[in-house]
Design a protein around this ligand. Structure first.
Ligand code: F6R
Length: 242
């Protein structure tokens, strides 16, 4: 695993954005796996800036989001559809037929999981997957205890995760209890993975990623078996490594 420690959040975001931009520029066609949450907001801002300033052509880019809550409309301010529209798709002008997010309002959620997984395969798989990490080590919404062999599936969110996401909803009671997420197996099939993390609250998860035992208790440790992972963290998130 390749580790880059940056001085601060801004530098982490710039390094991550540059890496994604290099990937986009070096391939005619690229399938990006994207994350939501607080961590990548700075990276997306940087990416939007570079793409706009340099008039980068994104016609060869398809995006697949990691996850979405079940039971809230895409227009809900806490939904990942809303987040992506506001921070990525809108500013980058990504056409609807080039972007995919699990449909948390689907009538048949299990079918939606299967179809999402199929869609990724039909496009030839994810070339480059961006990940954040939860304080409890979750990646996507694969909470501790999730089997590493799972593909896209339905998850029950833990109290910690719902608390961490209440900022997007106002109060914790409004954060949905369930979500659809790419499974760990889906994530591990990505050809290349970039994980970003900042802040001291992520230090334990980053420690586990590098030094913890490969275990379902810390889903992030699944990445230990992937051949092409880069981790960019700020000093605080790296504080237990040093
Ligand atoms: C988001 C996702 C989650 C987040 C994680 C960290 O699509 O899948 O795994 O990356 O919860 O969230 P933040 O960045 O808000 O700390």
């Amino acid at each position: 695993m390749n580790l880059i420690i940056t001085d601060n959040y801004e530098e982490m975001s710039q390094e991550g954005a540059k890496m994604i931009l290099r990937k986009i520029l070096s391939s005619k066609q690229i399938n990006l796996g994207l994350a939501t949450g607080s961590t990548p907001l700075g990276l997306y801002k940087e990416l939007v800036k570079y793409v706009r300033e340099n008039n980068i052509n994104l016609s060869g880019v398809a995006t697949f989001n990691l996850d979405e809550y079940i039971g809230i409309l895409p227009t809900h301010q806490g939904s990942f559809h809303y987040y992506m529209e506001k921070n990525v798709f809108g500013p980058l002008n990504i056409p609807e037929n080039q972007r995919f997010i699990p449909d948390g309002m689907a009538e048949n959620i299990l079918n939606e999981c299967r179809n999402y997984e199929k869609k990724i395969q039909q496009y030839g798989g994810i070339d480059f997957q961006l990940l954040g990490v939860g304080e409890n080590g979750h990646i996507g919404f694969n909470e501790p205890g999730t089997d590493f062999t799972k593909t896209t599936h339905v998850v029950e969110l833990t109290e910690t995760t719902r608390q961490a996401n209440k900022k997007f909803f106002g109060q914790v009671e409004d954060v949905p209890g369930k979500a659809i997420t790419m499974g760990i197996s889906t994530i591990l099939r990505a050809r290349e993975i970039l994980l970003i993390a900042n802040g001291v609250h992520k230090a334990e998860a980053i420690y586990q990623l590098f030094h913890g035992e490969y275990s379902k208790d810390w889903p992030v440790t699944a990445l230990q078996k992937h051949k092409n992972v880069c981790v960019i963290v700020d000093q605080e998130a790296a504080s237990l490594l040093i």
